[in-house]
Structures are given as structure tokens and as C-alpha cells.
Design a protein around this ligand. Sequence first.
Ligand code: 13P
Ligand code: SF4
Length: 299
Amino acid sequence: MKNQIEQLKKEKNAVILAHYYAPAEVQEIADFVGDSFYLAKIAKQSKADIIVFCGVYFMGESAKILNPDKKVLMPDLTADCAMAHMVADGIIDEMRNKYDDLAVVCYINSTAKLKCQSDVCVTSSNAVKIVKALPNKNIFFIPDKNLGRFVAEQVPEKNIIINDGFCPVHAKITAEQLLSEKVKHPKAEVLTHPECESDVLVLSDYIGSTADIIAYAKQNNADEFIICTEDGVNYKLITDNPEKRFYYPEPHPCCADMKLNTIESVLSVLLNEDKEVIVDDAVRIGSLLPLERMLELGK
Ligand code: 13P
Ligand code: SF4
């Protein structure tokens, strides 16, 4: 299957992008693997005719918004991010009516329709930088309450109103689970994604996006790490650091939607070109500006 994928990629001038939460065998055959910000940048720069996006729907959708003339395929169009929908109808308008200078800051883990109603998108690796750079004092941060609270703590000079969405995968990681790993591995450093709850964050040595966690583990001298994020990052962590040990809260955090990206489904979509991401023109135009603003401010 790997050989067939390689051949089809060449024949069709296709490129495979995979998020760090995709299964290891999919990361292995991908041309680019990264966090949400990196993948959005790569999608924008790509010269390929076909982009196969191995992630969840908002990622493929963002790639299509940034590349309207390219064919963006997903191995499984049903791979979705639950948090992407967690903004109540009407609440954005309500906030805009309440604050004159409001900026709606939208985590990229959101539907394109939500992006359309926003001023700028962010990812977990650039949210603090972008919120700091905005001229607005009042910020409505959607959809993730945990990333929103993390940003609010780093940018105390702004009034950050936080929506109540969350990632069900990260929300399942509890302080008790983490403490039990810390007892088993007392020397391990704790590296945590900001989508985790605050009682997990306070027990952590480092908080960052998937790419930040991976970079930190490589640069840091510690031999052992407890990783509080989805366990797909383990592939890159052990590839980069074969001599280091990585532990996860039990049960291992797993995003079932990310795992819908299988080698079989990648091959099938490359062969049949049947699972294409389609974005309505009005939605595409409305969501392009906040995404492009993110790419500019996040540089
Ligand atoms: P990153 O931007 O850190 O890759 O996170 C994406 C994500 O979905 C986290 O749950
Ligand atoms: Fe969405 Fe959470 Fe899965 Fe990330 S891990 S894609 S935030 S459901």
C-alpha cells in the first residue's frame, strides 16, 4: 500500500499532510507532519494539485479555504472535532452588541461558519502572540475555554471573555491521573497541551502546542516525560528521542476522529479522489480573512 501511495502521489502531483495525532503509519507516509499552525502554513504554500489532509474536518476545510483552486481530499470526511461546534447561536452578536471594540478571536479548531463571524483565527502555538498584538482591549475567545483561560493568564492587560467549549479528549485527562503518573515517574517532566483543564496545567512543567511539546522534549535534558495530550504525538517523540521515555495519563488520551485516518483510507482517497472538501463560496470568502490574518500576525 505504501508503494502504491508513493506512485499515486507522483502521478497526480499530490501531497499528504498529517497532524501529529494521526496514526503512526499515516505520519510515516506523510510529506509534512505538524501542528495545526504549521499545517495551515504548508497548505497555503503548497504547489501540489491535490492535498490529502489527514486530520479532522476543520483542518481540511481551512486548507481548502486557503487553496480554493486545489483539490483538498480527506481520507474520512466524517473525522470531526467536537469542540469545533461548541459556540451557542447568537452569542457572538450578543458580545459584539455589548462591547464596541470587541475582537472575536477564533481558535482554528472551529467550523468555517464560526470563522466567518470572527476577526482573527489562532492556534495553540500563536494564540498568546496574536491576542497581545491586537489593538482591542475586549476579546471574545471562542470556542475553547481552556485555551482561552490560558491566554487570559498570559495577557492580563486585556479583558478576555471566554466561551465554554472544550476538547472532550483533553478534558478527560484528570489531575488524579497525572498525579498517579508523577508517583510512578517522579523525575519526569510534565508537558501539557493548553486544551487541558487548569488543575492539570498547574501540575505541569511546560505548556504548549503539539509541536512545542515535541520541540521541548528534544531540547530538554530530562530523560523522562509525562505527556498530557493525545498519544499520537508519541510517534514523533520516540523517533526524535529513542533514548528518552514518554508516559501518558491512563487511559491514554485518544482522539477517535483523528484515528479515522488509516493507510487504507489514504490509498482509497488517492485512487478515487472521492472525498473532497467543498466549501461554499460565501463561507470561504468570509473565513479567509481571519485565517490570513492569523498567518500574518503569527509569523
Ligand atoms: P495543535 O495546534 O497543538 O496541533 O492542536 C490541535 C488539536 O486539535 C489539539 O487537540
Ligand atoms: Fe478536536 Fe480534541 Fe480531537 Fe483535537 S483532540 S481534534 S481538539 S476533539
